[in-house]
Design a protein around this ligand. Structure first.
Ligand SMILES: O=C(O)C1=C[C@@H](OP(=O)(O)O)[C@@H](O)[C@H](O)C1
Ligand SMILES: C=C(OP(=O)(O)O)C(=O)O
Length: 448
């Protein structure tokens, strides 16, 4: 999110306004949208994209790819086209790349630049400038890139930072020390323009959009799985071929409406075209285990990804112990799961969630504080939250809730407002535009 002097915090109160009914369609998947722009920009020919998420994070990626030579346009009917420069063809950007609020743009683009003979400076907003970049600096430096970051004492370095790519880069075998699709993708993208084979070993599976899409664009990539450990190999100096892509709806955005429909009495909502890649669908598994009535209809494939329409009906939810092994498949959905747990009956226990502390905000502390402020019974532990739900009763409500430039905190607390007596005031709704610019309109149209 860019902070200009004309952009002021936009507080808003969210309150219950009746059941959620009818049919909605959430915008395109953010992870897939970033990757279509990046791979399209490296392909030879013209890639067309339908359903691209037009959120600020994705627009930051588009601007960066333009600054490095790709021609990216949007037609009036919302179809995007990307004319690529070819692998190895990225141009030196003239100005610093402003990544706004987006960790995915930053870390994946650092990977791309690492194996090109160019230098780029990355800047971002206050939230992004506090996030750890050491996790990508380490493998990309091993590949030969020279990276100078600010504040090396914070997670190995933060923005602003400068990446001087290495041409040629050195292929490496890298075992991921954290379960992170961004780190995996940064190394694989660096591998695209590196001679030989770059290997990533992934002990815990994370979202696999990069692997699917790299293959789809024609890269020579293989995935081997043994005892739950994935070994991904990419052959470098690849040639990518332009494609026509349809981006499925974002399950992370759908999650807000799934929780809203499950918790607001009388709701019966259909959410169309939701991506259900197994590496992303943990939230559906957990909410079902809590008693949530979520029915997949019309299951199909869109853009190489499993998709369904979800019918979601109000349900009496019961707290559970969430298996930490599910965390990577729902890492962005915990804030809204905590809202569901706050009105379930009994205790919900979560653990193994240290990664939530290095997202757009420390999402464990931010959500514990926010939910306590509106009357939920929440205890924060080192790596999770313990939540004792109301058993279907409304939360008290209140605020203003501090959202810390974090879109998922803002939207989760908006949903909490629907199940509160007095409503929930959120201190700033601007961050919502990073991932789901139509969220507020869709919410006021459906909850009525
Ligand atoms: O690769 C991606 O598109 C993403 C990976 C996840 O981050 P980590 O890799 O840091 O877990 C997720 O939280 C983020 O919203 C998007
Ligand atoms: C963590 C997120 O995104 P990013 O890392 O791209 O900022 C998110 O969207 O919840």
């Amino acid at each position: 999110m860019s902070e200009t002097p004309t952009s002021w915090p936009t507080p808003r109160k969210f309150a219950g306004a009746g059941p959620l009914r009818g049919t909605i369609r959430v915008p395109g998947d953010k992870s897939i949208s970033h990757r279509t722009l990046m791979l399209g920009a490296l392909a030879v020919g013209k890639t067309t994209i339908r359903g691209l998420l037009e959120g600020e994070d994705v627009l930051a990626t588009a601007a960066a790819m333009r600054a490095m030579g790709a021609i990216i346009e949007r037609s009036e009917d919302g179809v995007w086209s990307v004319r690529g420069v070819g692998v190895g063809g990225l141009l030196q950007p003239v100005q610093a790349l402003d990544m706004g609020n987006s960790g995915t743009s930053t870390r994946l683009l650092m990977g791309l630049i690492a194996s090109h003979g160019i230098t780029a400076t990355f800047i971002g907003d206050a939230s992004l400038s506090g996030r750890p970049m050491g996790r990508v600096i380490e493998p990309l430096s091993e590949m030969g890139a020279e990276i100078t970051a600010s504040r090396p004492e914070i997670g190995g370095g933060t923005l602003p930072l400068m990446v001087r790519g290495s041409l040629p880069a050195v292929p490496i075998t890298y075992r991921l020390p954290v379960a992170s699709a961004q780190v995996k993708s940064a190394v694989l993208l660096a591998g695209l323009n590196t001679p030989g084979i770059t290997t990533v070993i992934e002990p815990v599976p994370t979202r696999d959009h990069s692997e699917r899409m790299l293959k789809g664009f024609g890269a020579d990539l293989s995935v081997e799985e043994a005892d739950g450990v994935r070994t991904i190999r990419i052959r470098g100096e690849a040639e990518l071929t332009a494609r026509d892509i349809e981006v499925p709806g974002d399950p992370s955005s759908a999650a807000f409406f799934i929780v809203a429909a499950l918790t607001v009495p009388g709701s019966d909502l259909i959410i169309e075209n939701v991506g259900l890649n197994p590496t992303r669908a943990g939230i559906v598994t957990v909410l079902r285990a809590m008693g949530g009535n979520i029915e997949p209809l019309n299951q199909r494939e869109v853009g190489g990804e499993p998709v369904a329409d979800l019918r979601v009906r109000h349900s009496a939810l019961t707290g559970i112990e969430v298996d930490p092994a599910l965390a990577p498949s729902m890492i962005d959905e915990f804030p809204v799961l905590f809202v569901a747990a706050s009105v379930a009956s009994g205790r919900t226990t979560t653990s193994g969630l240290e990664e939530l502390r290095v997202k757009e905000s420390d999402r464990l502390t931010a959500m514990a504080t926010a939910l306590q402020a509106i009357g939920a019974r929440v205890t924060e532990t080192e790596d999770g939250l313990l939540i004792d739900g109301t058993g279907g009763e409304l939360l008290a409500g209140g605020g203003p809730i501090t959202t810390h430039l974090d879109h998922r905190i803002a939207m989760s607390m908006a949903i909490a407002g629907l199940v509160s007596r007095d409503g929930v005031e959120v201190d700033d709704t601007r961050p919502i535009a990073t991932s789901f610019p139509t969220f507020e309109t869709m919410l006021s149209e459906r909850a009525s």
